[in-house]
Design a protein around this ligand. Sequence first.
Ligand code: KIV
Ligand code: NA
Length: 264
Amino acid sequence: QVRRTTVPQIAQRKGGEPIVSLTSYHAHTAAIVDKHADFILVGDSLGMVMHGMESTVGVPLDLMIMHGKAVVRGTQKALIVVDMPFGTYEESPNIAFRNAARIMKETGCGAVKLEGGKRMAETIKFLTERGIPVMAHIGLTPQSSHVLGGFKTQGRDEDSWPLHEEDAKAVSEAGAFAIVLEGMVEPLAARITKQIDIPTIGIGASAECDGQILVLEDMLGLNPWTPKFVKVYGQLGPMIEQAVSDYAADVKSRAFPTEDEVYR
Ligand code: KIV
Ligand code: NA
């Protein structure tokens, strides 16, 4: 019986060996990621990556729960964190609790993640005090892309740094056990990482963070285009295409199925 990584174990990694994390949305890839990741995020990026949506704004709670269940079933070791989708937590701490509790009960995950700094601090405190560990997420917050005017790297203007620093302090003081810093210039990520005592998990936020996360499909080369901050570790897109085209050719030429694949 393997013991799953716990929330305090992640929190204690502050300043230590970097925390390894990836997203995963289904049982099969999650089982692979589970061998190497400290935590796995069932990110609402699944709306775009798996379901072809244009942003994460349209992702329903039930979809997060469905994918969350699959990832919990497929894993044994990593802490599983599930994103709260847009519209399920911003309105009030009570509504956030109701929806976060559903996610925890129905998926069996160990924590939830939500976007926002200072403005979400009260909710983070409310959830944490009632048994729901919260990972925060600041900087480039995709659920606010309509307000921000797209997906823009944060902190290019030094004048904006104090606001981001206040956000990080607020969620940390509210009880978040870790915080994702997304799309942020390196000096700002470094300052925040030094200023707070919970681990920072970077995505497009430099090696100054206490850990890193990437969208699995991005680093596997499954998307035709990836942003600058992604390092592509495997070219699965071209591999899948080759396999599918070999199969199509074999079917047409009757080279498949062969003797080996036929029942006699
Ligand atoms: O939804 C997601 O995949 C995320 C990560 C990129 C942090 O929130
Ligand atoms: Na997300």
